[in-house]
Design a binder for this molecule. Sequence first.
Ligand SMILES: *[C@@H]1O[C@H](CO)[C@@H](O)[C@H](O)[C@H]1NC(C)=O
Ligand SMILES: *[C@@H]1O[C@H](CO)[C@@H](O)[C@H](O)[C@H]1NC(C)=O
Ligand SMILES: [Cu+2]
Length: 379
Amino acid sequence: MRFVSGVTSALALVSGLVMAAPNLAPRAPTTEEIQSAKSVEDFRDLAMQALESQQADLQRRSEQGSCTLENARVRRDWEHMSKCERKGYIKAVQCLWDLPAVDTEFSAAQNYFDEFVAIHANVTDFVHGTANFFTWHRYLIALWEDTLRDQCGYKGALPYWNWYKYQSALHLSPVFDGSDTSFGSTGEYFPHNGKGGGCIKDGPFVGYTINIGPIRPAMNGYEPWMKDQRDYNPRCQRRDLVHAASERYTVDGLYDLLAGDHSHTVELMQNEFQAAGTLSQHGAGHYAMGGDGSDVFTSLNDPAFYLHHAMVDKLYWMWQALHPKEANTVAGTLTYMNIVPSRNGTVEDELDVGILGPHLKIKDTFNTLGGTPYCYIYE
Ligand SMILES: *[C@@H]1O[C@H](CO)[C@@H](O)[C@H](O)[C@H]1NC(C)=O
Ligand SMILES: *[C@@H]1O[C@H](CO)[C@@H](O)[C@H](O)[C@H]1NC(C)=O
Ligand SMILES: [Cu+2]
C-alpha cells in the first residue's frame, strides 16, 4: 500500500509528500487528446507519452527490464539523418551484396541481400492479409537492422521513410531525390503507362544486381519471369515513382487508423491498413515506388522497401501505444485474406523467417521495449 489513510502524524505527512512524487509520472493521453491529433508528429508525441506512462507503471511493479525509453535505439526519419549517417547506412546495405548466401534451398540467392528477398517470397501467402502481418514484418526488418549492424559495421538504427512529406513530389524526397545519399530516383523510361519504370539511373545502387523475381509484378508491362524464388534472374533494379499512389496515404487515413473508425481493434486497423484491392497505406507505399518495389513477393529488391516497412512498423507501434488493451492481440487467419481457408492465428503462433533467425512466438514480439528481442522506439 502506498498511501496510509487516516493517519495525522507528522511522519505520515512527510512520507505523504514523498509518496506524492509518482503522481508527477506521465499520465496516459486521454481519448480526447488522441482524437485531437492533427499530424503524424502529434501521434508520435502522444505514443511516447503513452509509453512513458506505461513504463512508469512497469517501474512501480518492478517489471522493467534493462531496455527503457531512455536507452532504446531510436529509428529516425531518413531526412533527419546527416548525410554522413545516410552514407553509413547505404554502405552497410551495399555490404550485403558481399556477404555470402547461406541457405541451400533458394539457389537463386547469390548473396545475403537476396536471402531476405527469397525468404519473404517463400512465405508471402502466409504473412500478408494474415494475423501475423505486422509482427512478421517487424521481425524481418529488425533482423535486417541487426545484420547491418553486426555484419556490416553500421552504427545507427533502421531509418524510416516519412510518407506524409513530399507526397506530391517524391523526386524531391531525400529518399528518392537521386543524390548519392538517396535510393535513387525514378528509373529509365520503360514503355508502360508511366514515366519511368526501367533501371534506376542515379544514386548509389546503380549497378547493383538483383537476382530473384519478379513473381507477381504490379507494374503494367512487367511480365512475371519466374515461378518462384528458386529461379535465377539477374538484372537491374527498376523503379517508377507514382504520385497517383503516394497521394493515397493521407493524414486522414492515418487518423482513421490511429484515432478514427478503424482504430478500435486490431482487426479493423489491419484490414484497413492493408486492404486488398484498394490503395491502403501499406499498398500505396509499395505502388509509389513502382517497379520492383511493387511486387508483393519480391518488393525487397528495392532497398527502399526497408524504409517503407519501418514506416509501416512505426504506425503499428503508435497504434499499439495508443491502444494498450488491444496492443497484444491478433486477428485474421494464417493465409492471405483467407482465400485458401485456414484457422485463425493466435499469439502462440510462430514467426518463420527461414535461415534469417530463430522462430519467435507472436506474443514475444509485441513490445519493442524489452521482454522481446527488441529495444527501439521511433523518432
Ligand atoms: C475467427 O475469428 C473471427 C473474428 O476475427 C471470429 O468471428 C471467428 O469466430 C473465429 N473463428 C474461430 C474458429 O475461432
Ligand atoms: C518456405 O516456406 C514453407 C512454408 O511456409 C516452409 O515450410 C519452409 O520451411 C520455407 N523454406 C525455407 C527455406 O525457409
Ligand atoms: Cu511483405
